[in-house]
Design a protein around this ligand. Structure first.
Ligand code: GTR
Length: 396
């Protein structure tokens, strides 16, 4: 009896509860509902000092912003290793009907009697004069997307197109660094850095993937076929969050492509459009540092916003993309983040050619230092995207 009464009372309150839950978790897709917000000023230090030139930027503000991202969002980037070993596991000079040389390289990193192995796949064009620039993909999708045998081909990594355009095309899979799973992400890089797990500003999965890109860069610096000064790090979505973080903290990357990276990628958090911080931290608690959870539903309290992550890459070129049906990743917020980073490029005399308002669908602007397009279609990375990345890479 008592139980029934309790159930009845609970059922009566169910609609109220449901309304409350949906309003907390409802995602905004309506531009008119974007709240008014003030972005942190990229060219003013926390203590209020105006930054007027690239010297002040590099000495004071850039390190300050980098530390804010480390401590509040992506976590620290540990650098200490005991040793690194590179071994070429496969080499085939007749790949892609003789157009390319396939190399599969095992990158073994050791620390604290633990190790990780990054399995790097790369194709180098056979037609070349001197070291070749590279597109390096942080692959967050199934490994079959980067099939070294080329029996399976995918627009997510159109290796033949890249080779035909004169680039090295390389990829590694995120699971080598940190499995993309909240119960398992520690089984990789974090085994070597257990101190990160107990730190509130400790590295988690996205940090580990970016860390992996830097270890691949260590290898590129040793391979004579590669132009290590022209490595473009590419990622899609969660991989695009990692490509931005990799290029921001490792200045050896010449440029960055961030494809449909959305929340905690290239899109401004304060717009609260599409995915929000609470949602990303709840669905993917293993991506960002513990400290980031303090900003659940508190976008305005963040000492940074994502335009400042792009600014950290300046003066190196950045290309951000969206897809028209992917409002979750906030195309307008992505474009605005690029626009708000422009003034840091300006300190280097680099003028972005991006117009004040976002271009129409499929109207690509693939020109350094800042490229952008909003492709028609779904959340994905396609031949259309890659063809534009090539035009962009040829512009610098
Ligand atoms: C979504 C996530 C996004 C994005 C995407 C992806 O579920 O909410 O932030 O990263 O996954 O990686 O495809």
């Amino acid at each position: 009896m008592e139980n029934h009464r309790f159930m009845f009372r609970s059922i009566r309150f169910l609609p109220v509860l449901l309304v409350a839950l949906t309003s907390v978790h409802a995602q905004n897709y309506d531009e008119s509902k974007v709240p008014s917000y003030t972005l942190p000023e990229v060219l003013r230090t926390v203590s209020g000092k105006e930054i007027k030139n690239k010297n002040q930027w590099e000495k004071t503000r850039r390190p300050e912003i980098l530390a804010l991202f480390e401590n509040n969002i992506y976590g620290q980037m540990p650098r200490a290793v005991d040793s690194i070993r590179h071994s070429v596991v496969t080499e085939d000079a007749q790949a892609m009907s003789g157009n390319a040389t396939l190399k599969e390289v095992a990158i073994d990193v050791f620390r604290n009697k633990k190790s990780v192995r990054i399995n790097l796949t790369l194709f180098i064009p056979n037609k070349k004069s001197g070291p070749v620039p590279v597109f390096l993909l942080i692959n967050n999708r199934p490994k079959s997307n980067t099939d070294p045998t080329r029996q399976k081909k995918s627009e997510f990594w159109p290796a033949e197109m890249m080779i035909d355009s004169g680039y090295v095309v390389a990829a590694f899979h995120v699971s080598d660094l940190a499995p993309d799973d909240k119960d398992n992400y520690v089984n990789g890089v974090l085994q070597m850095y257990p101190e990160q797990l107990s730190a509130d500003n400790g590295m988690k999965a996205i940090g580990a993937w970016a860390w992996g890109a830097s270890r691949v860069m260590d290898y590129f610096e040793k391979d004579r076929a590669i132009n290590a000064r022209k490595v473009i790090v590419v990622g899609h979505s969660r991989g695009g969050k990692a490509s931005l973080w990799a290029a921001s903290q490792d200045q050896r990357f010449a440029a960055c492509v961030t494809n449909c990276s959305g929340n905690t990628g290239a899109a401004l958090a304060r717009r609260q459009f599409g995915e929000r911080i609470t949602k990303i931290n709840t669905t993917f608690p293993h991506w960002f540092s513990n400290n980031y959870k303090k900003f659940n539903d508190k976008e305005n309290e963040l000492p940074v916003d994502q335009h400042m992550l792009i600014a950290l890459i300046a003066p190196r070129p950045v290309y951000a993309t969206n897809a028209s049906k992917d409002l979750w990743a906030d195309p307008t917020g992505t474009y605005l983040a690029l626009k708000h980073a422009e003034k840091v490029y300006g300190l280097y005399g680099k003028k972005s050619g991006l117009p004040a308002t976002p271009p129409g669908i499929n109207q690509s602007l693939p020109k350094a230092p800042m490229g952008y397009h909003n492709r028609e279609g779904e959340h994905d990375m396609t031949n259309f995207d890659w063809a534009n990345f090539i035009v962009f890479a040829k512009s610098f």
